[in-house]
Design a protein around this ligand. Structure first.
Ligand code: HEC
Ligand code: HEC
Ligand code: HEC
Ligand code: HEC
Ligand code: HEC
Ligand code: HEC
Ligand code: HEC
Length: 374
């Protein structure tokens, strides 16, 4: 650590003047984040346990949040009942929700906001590590080490949103093996997400999440088993293109059918495209999840636990995620966007995952409705 401190001091003394954006392409002003003061023998006088890098704040996440909680994306604002406008990643502010379980057992088994977000350890927000999961599933990054810089490189890079690519995670023994995903994003001081303005996911999203989670849900998974990285078959392409809400399930215009709540990845995607998928489009982790968090259990882009999405928040009292087809309509789970034909005849009285998941211990679901793949 002594050595790293010395390197930081040395590098900070050499400051190229770059007229670039704040994080720039690698070299923002070091002094905005690293302190050169309060040092004794090259160490901060009162370093917090988490702060081994001469940071100006007690932890990496607190440092990022000093600029990004209420502005520049507003990723931890305003309150769990009034989230800041959406720019793609979802919001960490939902960690403060007392309950977000809108399943039938929602009142007897309350699930707090920690179930809806990636819990970044940030003392300034009283945010601790996830109380339930000791680590990420499958590849096991310890939850105590999850912070903004687990996913973003504070020093900037050429990747979308400065996401980390393959390589070691500083301060841990952990290694990313997959490259950063390809995408284009909204301008942080511009207009928020809408049907004609959204993150354009292009490639590599499933493998990027797999850096910490492996191919979660893939064949053989306990719980909800589902493809996570494959091209969309014709039936799904058609369903997506024509589905325009429960009021117009097969008559929509494929040129206007893109829904940011149910995205897919495609190399031809742009932030303003409204067109639906083609045979080259792929399902990915982000088709169903937000990256930071949401007002639904498991960072869902919609609430996976209600029969109808307008029941989101009804029982738990948490923030209801907006119904993309208008609050007046009764929409089932947005899985229907891709599976309209298969769900014409079933799935009207329970949330999809009440039947479409299984548990080796057979404790969660009755065996007769368990769907296993051959
Ligand atoms: C936006 C805030 C920010 C800026 C600006 C910044 N750093 Fe850092 N730096 C961090 C954080 C946070 C860490 C702790 C490691 C981590 O969490 O990734 C760190 C770690 C380091 C490390 C040790 C670990 C590593 O990643 O190699 C060095 C060396 C370093 N910084 C040098 C610099 C220099 C030199 C500059 C200016 C050219 C600079 N930093 C600018 C936030 C910043
Ligand atoms: C001193 C204020 C400040 C701090 C501290 C800061 N940022 Fe930023 N950040 C900015 C500004 C300004 C922008 C927009 C301009 C730019 O892209 O450089 C930005 C942009 C970003 C973006 C979007 C980049 C893009 O290309 O779309 C991400 C992601 C981000 N910051 C993450 C972080 C993380 C993670 C940390 C903590 C390590 C952090 N920031 C610390 C000021 C800050
Ligand atoms: C699990 C990985 C992960 C962690 C942890 C994480 N981010 Fe992000 N962040 C992402 C991804 C992925 C995106 C792009 C999401 C999209 O557009 O769908 C993103 C987007 C952003 C943006 C752009 C605005 C937006 O809402 O899309 C900002 C700013 C940002 N992150 C800051 C932060 C800060 C600050 C923290 C810590 C409090 C943090 N991130 C922690 C993965 C992460
Ligand atoms: C840097 C490692 C890392 C990356 C990358 C990452 N995660 Fe996680 N994720 C974790 C950890 C650690 C946990 C457990 C702690 C927690 O839930 O906050 C977790 C938990 C989760 C949970 C369960 C949340 C809960 O509390 O029940 C979901 C869902 C999830 N991640 C989805 C994703 C998706 C989708 C991506 C890709 C955008 C992703 N993760 C990328 C580390 C990561
Ligand atoms: C088709 C939609 C869909 C896709 C694609 C998807 N997920 Fe999920 N995910 C879900 C649903 C639904 C649940 C809740 C399952 C349950 O309650 O059994 C969930 C739950 C999770 C959990 C939480 C498990 C727990 O016990 O807390 C993690 C972690 C997770 N997903 C990660 C991922 C990752 C990583 C990817 C990409 C490799 C991914 N998901 C792709 C729908 C999806
Ligand atoms: C972005 C489109 C998309 C979304 C959203 C989506 N799926 Fe799928 N689903 C697919 C694709 C693609 C397949 C693979 C179909 C194939 O190969 O014929 C699939 C397959 C399935 C299967 C059959 C599994 C098997 O054995 O092949 C079930 C059941 C299913 N999905 C349920 C769901 C549920 C429940 C949700 C919501 C939580 C959901 N899907 C969301 C695209 C989607
Ligand atoms: C009451 C339990 C139940 C509910 C709720 C339910 N399903 Fe099903 N689903 C089934 C059963 C049983 C099958 C037939 C399985 C088979 O034939 O292998 C099936 C078949 C499917 C298939 C075709 C799978 C294949 O292999 O071709 C899809 C896709 C599907 N369901 C999606 C959904 C979606 C999306 C929802 C939520 C809107 C949903 N289901 C709700 C029990 C249910």
């Amino acid at each position: 650590m002594q050595l790293i401190a010395a390197v930081i001091l040395m590098l900070c003394a050499w400051q190229p003047s770059l007229a670039a954006t704040f994080h720039s392409d690698g070299v923002a002003s070091c002094g905005a984040c690293h302190t050169l003061h309060n040092l004794e023998n090259g160490r901060p006088v009162n370093p917090a346990p988490d702060n081994n890098y001469l940071l100006v704040m007690n932890s990496a996440s607190d440092l990022c949040l000093s600029c990004h909680s209420n502005s520049l994306g507003a990723v931890w604002s305003d309150s769990p009942m009034h989230p800041a406008p959406e720019f793609g990643a979802g919001n960490f502010v939902f960690i403060g929700a007392p309950n977000m379980n809108d399943a039938p057992d929602g009142l007897t088994v309350p699930l707090s906001g920690s179930h809806g977000v990636h819990n970044c350890v940030a003392p300034s927000q009283n945010a601790l590590q996830d109380p339930v999961h000791a680590s990420s599933s499958r590849r096991q990054l310890p939850s105590a080490e999850l912070r903004c810089t687990s996913c973003h490189d504070p020093h900037g890079n050429q990747n979308f949103r400065m996401l980390r690519g393959a390589g070691p995670l500083p301060g841990t023994n952990y290694m990313f093996v997959e490259e950063a995903p390809l995408a284009q994003g909204l301008t942080l001081n511009g207009l928020p997400e809408s049907r004609s303005q959204h993150t354009a996911y292009q490639a590599g999203w499933t493998s990027w999440c797999a850096n910490c989670h492996g191919l979660y849900h893939d064949e053989g998974s306990v719980g909800f088993e589902h493809p996570v990285d494959e091209t969309l078959p014709n039936e799904v392409v058609t369903s997506y293109g024509l589905y325009d809400g429960s009021g117009n399930p097969t008559g929509g215009n494929p040129l206007l059918s893109y829904l940011p709540q149910v995205p897919y990845e495609d190399m031809s995607m742009t932030t303003v495209s409204t067109i639906g998928p083609t045979a080259a489009s792929r399902i990915m982790c982000m088709s169903c999840h937000r990256a930071h968090g949401s007002s639904a259990v498991d960072l869902g882009r919609w609430d996976f636990r209600t029969v109808n999405i307008r029941m989101d928040g009804f029982q738990s009292g948490s923030y209801p995620l907006p119904n993309p087809y208008g609050s007046g309509t009764i929409e089932r789970q947005l899985c229907v966007k891709c599976h309209e034909r298969d769900t014409r005849t079933h799935g009207f009285s329970q949330a999809c995952i009440e039947c479409h998941r299984y548990d080796t211990a057979l404790t969660k679901v009755p065996s007769e409705v368990i769907k296993r793949r051959p």
